[in-house]
Design a binder for this molecule. Sequence first.
Ligand code: MSP
Length: 629
Amino acid sequence: MKKFYVTTPIYYPSAKAHLGHCYSTIAADVLARYKRMQGCDVKFVTGTDEHGMKIETCAKKANLSPIEYVNRIVAQFKELWKVLNISYDVFIRTTDDYHVKSVQKIFKDLYDKGYIYKGKYGGWYCSPCEAFFTDSQLVDKKCPDCGREVVWSEEDSYFFKLSLFQDRILDLLKNSEGFIEPVSRKNEMIKFVESGLQDFCVSRSSFSWGIPVTFDDKHVVYVWLDALTNYINAIGYNRDDEEFKHFWPADVHIMGKEIVRFHSVIWPAILMALDLPVPKKIFGHGWIILGGDKMSKSKGNVVDPFVLCEKYGEDALRYFLLKEIPFGSDGPFSNEAFINKINSDLANDLGNLLSRSTALVDKCFGGTLLGELKPDSDDEHLASLVRSLKNKVEIHLDNLEFSLALNEIWNVVAECNKYMNVCTPWDKKRYAEDQIRLSTILYNVLETLRVVSVLIYPFMPKTASKIQSQIGASRKVCGWHQSDKWGVLDKKVKVNRENAIFPRLDVDKELSYLENDESSEDERLISIEDFKKVELRVVEVLKCEKIEKSNKLLKLSVFDGSKNRTIVSGIAKYYSPEDMVGKKIVIVANLKPSKIFGIESQGMLVAGSDGNSLEVMEARNIGAGSILS
Ligand code: MSP
């Protein structure tokens, strides 16, 4: 069986996943599903790149340990891939034990072979990119990748002898057909290598959140060496030889254009040093642009894919991203374009074709076609387009031309809609005497939909199954190899009409929903003036007793600095009256009094709960009457 190994970049779990991250992952998923349909033994690897200074800093800011911090974000990434129906085989985390051990062994092996040596490093460091640059690499004295400030940094370091590989890498870039795509990126990389490859530093000693170098524990392995080797570790390098030999080299590494340099220069050099074959293809796609800028958390212009999937279904998003933006180029995302595309391509072209054809089968034949065919010259054009579709789609998918593959499919959908408009199967009079012809026309439309459903499966798996179920196509007739055949669907097929697969959307309504949703976080924010309205005051508990007939409430008598007050509070499950007496606690002192169990409560005490336990906020070292601000 032929194998196919596809990867996404492993993402930094420094902040929540956004639409930009979905792009590489959806593309890789489409390829993986396509190759599985073709019968290949597929390995699809994605994961998270969890070490490095950036993560260490984020964790510190969040008051968490690095592993606690990344665990939370990794869970969100995994949840997003579930929502997007991503069929990965391996989710590798660079904190996984097997990865850590393999990275340590790789580092030691490279050191033992003389490809890694110890020296001193000075360079311009970009902390968000975790990368060092030389003077000549900087653009306007800023990071050439992200355009941010860089700082001069020096440390004792281990170096990888990248310079040794200059000729071999240049030869690879120039002469290996299809190694880097699109070709424009290949030329960029050739120029970069021709300007001279320098040894680069593969360890850090200025922070500790990384994989320790086994023979020098002051150092951790540089994140890019750690991260790139995920591609071999995930499939058994240093662990499962058979699996590794079966899947390596990767058929394609998919990534954004900004990290092509790491993958097409550094990664092959590391592999050469390890005596391993290089990947067959590095594909650097473009960026999803929002309001004229690359979408990124730090620029605050991210779109929440969870919201889009929940409201419009993951297939709509998968379709939009791959249809609208030619893979390889940058392309804009806007809510408006997204909603309009759902209406035009999914609700109108595809959805309508399905609903009007199944509705007619119901209406004219009680849901089941006659089982006899009467072909006509009108049919041949459609049939031949359908038969040749699979081949065109395969050529485009093999070239990662997702948008062209979808164009071909939608051309056939359009032709089929035209066929219906020419044949007018809704014209009762026209077919009053020729029910077999009417049944044939509807059969042809359903047969087209069968083929379309198979070919869109890699892009829109859920939609494909919905179509197949509605047109009564069993799994047996929906294999990939049956998508260039005409006449496979049972002639006496029974349809199962259901709701529209993509209901038409009211653009204004949806835009206002999405825009409000995007600002909902802002609406939760209050001004300092609002906060100042709340009087938080320290009071001392003088007396405390249970309230009869209530097992939740305690009645407290407190001194607020000038007078005594009564407060009723639902803390009896967590505190006995004796616990409370003598405590100095915080209350909201300017709440309107309210009656609880017939007792007027003159304030509310402040407490926090994590769902299991509850704790009253105390102020041990400031006097009763103090105001918190
Ligand atoms: N951790 C490294 C990759 C190591 S791979 C051995 C990294 N991580 S990242 O979280 O910054 O994600 C990078 C990838 O996310 C990009 O290469 C790209 O695939 C995707 N994208 C992030 N923002 C994007 C857009 N705005 N548009 C399209 N893809 C983008 O770099």
